[in-house]
Design a protein around this ligand. Structure first.
Ligand code: ZN
Length: 409
């Protein structure tokens, strides 16, 4: 199949299609009941890899204004996210000797879930968050927040205004910024000479190896490997001086970068590059077969749900997440297979899932309505949710975990 390709990082026209998810609704566009009367926008969703710099990327973009003006993901609804944020902040304050004269800037600061911990340590901080409704919640916590998209213009403007940063943080935003050169140029512009950048994002190697296809949605433009990131950072006068693998979100990288020459690279950088080389991330064979594995997963899950239906079992789902929307829509699972989706976020309850139109209800419904099985769409928070739903499981309820392989627990 031929398609037009221009790599969003290096500009190469040599691309290879990795997975075609067909036409999909916007994964975070949870509907209100009255929206059902209107047509629901759908867009093609295809994943390709650049054969020059090996950056995995979505081919089909949707204008960001349509995606982010009202966003319903509030980080503070996850205990795991809060703990992860607090531990990271405590570490950076100590390791980087941040103090009341420093400035920490977080891009996509959400509801202030992370920056609140800098405030608690008396380190000045600034949040940048494009979704106005979420920024409002952060401001209520007295976390200063600009409602803006981040890029080179904003980075320069802040630095010129005396707000260059000692530390720039971006958790799960880097992969969501379509103009990746503009984003990295913005990081460079915002940084003080000895400043540090710390970014966290899902790791391309885990994504491919574990078949985490459901993390593909229109907002999630890139799946980064260190191999693909090295030339991107170099292009903007930045160098990656450390990297860590994290288990969060199905496998993530935490990357540390500074202005060229500011910090000597640690051995972990060369080690991970070597590991990627050995796995074949800079060859097409690593990416081939991904689509086949996803289709096998679909067969397994669809067959399991059909069998449960034959046995007269009831099945619901948990987690009205973006990844859940991709999985349900691509696997063709809807009201016939699932009764409802439970979710802890009060912002989501009362709405309907995109494309599949399942009602989103409070988690208490698992205990009250007691479906025999619950498909865990937010499998990346499995430990946390299984713990929260102890009562349901003790009463005989079972969870189906779909990724990396279908498992009933
Ligand atoms: Zn490229």
């Amino acid at each position: 199949m031929s398609f037009a390709f221009t790599c969003r990082s290096c500009g190469s026209a040599e691309g290879e299609l990795v997975l075609d998810l067909g036409v999909q609704p916007l994964a975070n566009n949870l509907l209100r009941p009255e929206d059902l009367a209107k047509p629901e926008p759908r867009f093609p969703l295809r994943l390709a890899v650049c054969r020059t710099c090996w950056l995995l990327q979505i081919l089909d973009l949707v204008p960001p204004v349509q995606l982010f003006s009202e966003y319903l993901y509030f980080s503070s609804f996850s205990d795991v996210m809060l703990r992860h944020a607090r531990e990271a902040v405590e570490r950076y304050v100590k390791e980087f000797s941040l103090n009341p004269q420093s400035l920490a800037v977080e891009i996509a600061s959400n509801d202030g879930y992370l920056l609140q911990y800098f405030k608690a340590k008396d380190v000045p901080c600034l949040g940048i968050e494009p979704a106005a409704n979420i920024a409002t919640v952060a401001r209520e916590k007295a976390v200063e927040t600009l409602v803006e998209f981040f890029g080179e213009a904003l980075g320069r403007q802040l630095a010129r205004g005396g707000r260059a940063a000692d530390l720039v943080l971006g958790n799960n935003v880097f992969a969501h910024a379509p103009d990746t050169n503009d984003f990295v140029a913005g990081l460079r512009a915002l940084l003080k000479p000895a400043g540090r950048i710390v970014l966290e994002f899902p790791y391309a190697a885990d994504f491919i190896e574990k078949g985490e296809f459901d993390t593909i949605y229109h907002e999630h433009v890139f799946y980064f490997s260190l191999t693909a990131l090295m030339p991107l950072f170099r292009r903007h006068g930045l160098s990656i001086f450390d990297v860590e693998r994290l288990s969060i979100h199905g496998g993530s990288l935490r990357l540390f970068a500074g202005i060229d020459g500011a910090y000597a690279p640690k051995p972990a950088v060369a080690q991970l590059l070597q590991e990627e080389q050995e796995k074949g991330l800079s060859s097409i064979r690593f990416y081939q077969g991904f689509a086949q594995r996803v289709l096998e997963l679909k067969r397994t899950l669809v067959n399991l749900l059909a069998e449960l239906r034959t046995q007269g079992k009831s099945v619901a789902a948990y987690g009205a997440s973006a990844k859940g929307a991709t999985l349900l829509n691509f696997f063709g699972l809807g009201r016939r297979e699932l009764e409802f989706v439970a979710d802890r976020s009060t912002y989501k309850q009362g709405r309907l899932t995109p494309g599949t139109h399942l009602p989103i209800v409070a988690p208490e419904n698992l205990l009250q309505k007691h479906p025999d099985y619950t498909l865990l769409l937010t499998w990346n928070f499995a430990d946390e949710i299984l713990e929260q739903q102890k009562g349901y499981r003790q009463a005989g309820g079972k969870f189906i975990i779909p990724i990396p392989e279908v498992k009933v627990v």
